[in-house]
Design a protein around this ligand. Structure first.
Ligand SMILES: Cc1cc2nc3c(=O)[nH]c(=O)nc-3n(C[C@H](O)[C@H](O)[C@H](O)COP(=O)(O)OP(=O)(O)OC[C@H]3O[C@@H](n4cnc5c(N)ncnc54)[C@H](O)[C@@H]3O)c2cc1C
Length: 617
């Protein structure tokens, strides 16, 4: 069958069904297809095929987030008083390749200690490193300056023959990077040739990207699935797109997963919503890879979840598993724009605001800027003791308990963007900016079904800044705001703040400025008053958004600790049903999450191959 929008009537049963052809699902399906040519695998993806210019060309990435996008799924939370009574919109992958096909392509690795803290047999950082290496071919060369990696470290930490090519791409903004790094160094941040050495802290690096040397996006569908659909050696791999899975089917005893119920996605076929669902059977295994926001909903529609939630939604309980859909985590993101003396072509603004012509024009010219994502430098930062103390006694107690003796744990991640990251407020003038996200949030959310069908809306609460310690997550952003602003103020092209900053009182030293030249060489830190901090905290609550790093709604941990899957990714209480995506992460990671999703995919594939009695490749 290959790739299709319709399942031929002849295919009623396969060996393995992978539900969700996203980042993790594509890896699992491809590796299973390699392991045994007679094993029939069907990937079912709700979104369209990913072979689109807006996915292939990195610089076109914002198009996938347009409100009418058919490649992104927009999860909408209920309004919360903790974030200014706003509903938050959390986009996730809605296309073959999932998040990896629409994300911003920043390559970033979890700290070693993050994975060790998962505390799960077989999932330590040492045991997982081979899987990250297996997924990637890492190109260390810096085309635009920078120190280049130490060969030995590179071999230790990176792969050299995996399907995903990680490089700096074909374009960058070296002047912006150099100025930022010079400024950040004045505040004690050191440039590391390879911060994905996965232990360093208070350091920065030039961001590597999920972009090949040729300037093409390296998503899981392009790198794992399509080559196998094309090579004539994998007639066992089938991919059904534009099709939604409603629920998992079980045998008569409700013990073993035997298939799924599907319908064509009404986004691509309006009549589908009124047609009966179709069943497809799986002889050996059903793998749920629908991502953090969708996998728990499928489990719940199938009768696996917290009994109260299921009963309220009118679903009969097969397994009472209270962890499903709870303990939702994301990173909390704020973006800040700065006026600058850079010329339009030294930042991404000329591209974003069409001054270089349309993406189609640039494709005709084969322009190098197409292989760029404008994400330039990443820093993982911890406060010093004085900074910790400045965040208040309660924060210090939390710091002492969770961070103080874990020197590899950053508090925030800052990214330098060669353009204004707050696109809603950007004017199109040459500007640069930062994004700041807090890692290891204290606050937690949840996502559940409200009814038994695909059309019932989800009950989604991001939990941002809520709960007993939620306000301490706000304090982390207070630290992040001050830190990033001090770096930016020390850049020689800094000319003041754009509108994406708190409205500090005009007579406060913290007030935003509009300058015609850089600040004098000996820049002093801004001293914020209690009133300034109050304005800042309100701004943070009113403007915080997703970092698109959802995880943890089907945790891999003990059932009595509200775990949903065991160390072999099997769902508790049933057989033949696995989960493989970021929903299984038992704890958060101090990084953008795509690398972790790919790693989970590789590890999951090995687990399944072994359980199915196939040979490892
Ligand atoms: C806008 C955005 C920007 C990001 N930027 C970065 C970045 O720069 N760097 C980075 O490292 N990470 C980034 N991420 C995060 C990263 O891409 C995700 O963490 C990762 O892709 C998640 O992988 P997953 O396999 O868990 O889920 P996904 O990749 O989301 O896969 C789930 C798949 O299941 C499908 N699905 C869901 N429900 C159903 C159903 N009922 N039936 C059939 N199919 C279904 C979805 O359509 C999707 O394709 C970003 C994410 C987004 C959304």
């Amino acid at each position: 069958m290959g790739l299709s929008t319709e399942l031929p009537a002849a295919i009623e049963e396969v060996d393995v069904i992978v539900v969700g052809g996203g980042t993790t699902g594509c890896v699992v399906a491809a590796r299973l297809a390699d392991a045994d040519p007679s094993l029939e695998i069907l990937v079912i993806e709700r979104g369209p095929n990913n072979e689109l210019p807006t996915i292939e060309y990195p610089a076109a990435f914002p198009a996938n987030l347009a409100p009418d996008s058919k490649t992104t799924y927009f999860n909408v939370s209920k309004p919360s008083t903790h974030v200014g009574n706003r509903p938050l919109v959390v986009p996730s992958g809605g296309v073959l390749g999932g998040g990896s096909s629409i994300n911003f392509m920043t390559y970033s690795r979890a700290q070693n200690q993050d994975l060790d803290a998962w505390d799960t047999p077989g999932w330590s950082s040492d045991e997982l490193l081979p899987y990250t290496k297996k997924s990637e071919t890492y190109h260390s060369q810096y085309v635009d300056g920078g120190q280049g990696s130490n060969q030995e470290d590179e071999g230790k930490n990176h792969g050299s023959s995996g399907p995903i090519h990680v490089s700096r791409g074909t374009y960058s903004a070296p002047k912006v990077i150099d100025e930022f790094m010079t400024a950040a160094a004045k505040l004690g941040l050191q440039e590391r040739p390879d911060k994905s050495d996965i232990d360093s802290i208070n350091s920065m690096w030039r961001i590597h990207r999920f972009i090949s040397h040729e300037g093409k996006r390296q998503d899981a569908a392009t790198c794992y699935v399509h080559p196998r659909l094309r090579d004539g050696k994998h007639p066992n791999l089938h991919v059904l797109v534009e099709t939604q899975v409603a629920r998992v089917l079980f045998d008569n005893q409700n013990v073993r997963a035997i298939g799924v119920e599907v319908r064509r996605n009404p986004l691509f076929d309006e009549e589908a919503a009124t047609k009966p669902l179709r069943s497809i059977r799986a002889r050996k295994m059903v793998v749920l890879s629908c991502g953090t926001c969708a996998t728990p909903l499928i489990l719940e529609r199938s009768g696996i979840g917290e009994a109260q939630v299921l009963e309220r939604a009118g679903v009969s309980v097969i397994v009472d598993l209270p962890g499903v859909g709870n303990e939702y985590e994301d990173h909390h993101l704020l973006s800040y724009g700065y006026k600058s003396a850079f010329t339009a072509d030294e930042t991404g603004d000329a591209l974003l605001y069409g001054r270089m012509g349309s993406i189609e024009d640039l494709i005709k010219q084969n322009h190098k800027i197409l292989g760029w994502n404008a994400q330039e430098v990443q820093c993982k930062i911890r406060p010093n003791q004085e900074e910790v103390d400045s965040l208040g006694l309660e924060f210090r107690e939390a710091w002492d308990a969770e961070f103080k003796d874990r020197p590899e744990k950053p508090l925030v991640v800052l990214n330098l963007i060669a353009g204004n990251p707050d696109m809603a407020r950007a004017t199109g003038d040459p500007s640069i900016g930062t994004t700041a996200f807090t890692v290891y949030p204290f606050s937690r959310g949840s996502i559940h079904i409200t009814g038994s069908t695909l059309d019932d809306p989800a009950d989604f609460d991001t939990g941002f800044f809520a709960g007993e310690k939620g306000h301490l997550d706000v304090r982390k952003h207070v630290f992040a705001y001050k830190k990033q602003r001090e770096i930016m103020r020390r850049m020689s092209s800094y000319r003041g703040e754009c509108d994406s900053h708190p409205p500090f009182a005009a007579d406060s030293p913290a007030a935003c400025v509009d300058l015609t030249e850089a600040l004098a060489a000996d820049v002093q830190d801004i001293v914020y008053s209690a009133d300034d901090d109050a304005v800042l905290e309100k701004w943070i609550r009113d403007n915080v958004g997703t970092t698109w790093h959802s995880l943890g709604t089907c945790k891999m941990q003990a059932r009595e600790k509200k775990g949903v899957v065991d160390a072999k990714l099997g769902v508790y209480g049933v057989k033949g049903l696995k989960v493989a995506d970021l929903s299984i992460a038992p704890g958060n990671v101090a990084a953008n999450t795509n690398t972790t999703a790919l790693m989970i995919g590789e590890k999951a594939a090995d687990i399944f191959i072994e359980e199915l009695g196939l040979s490892l490749t």
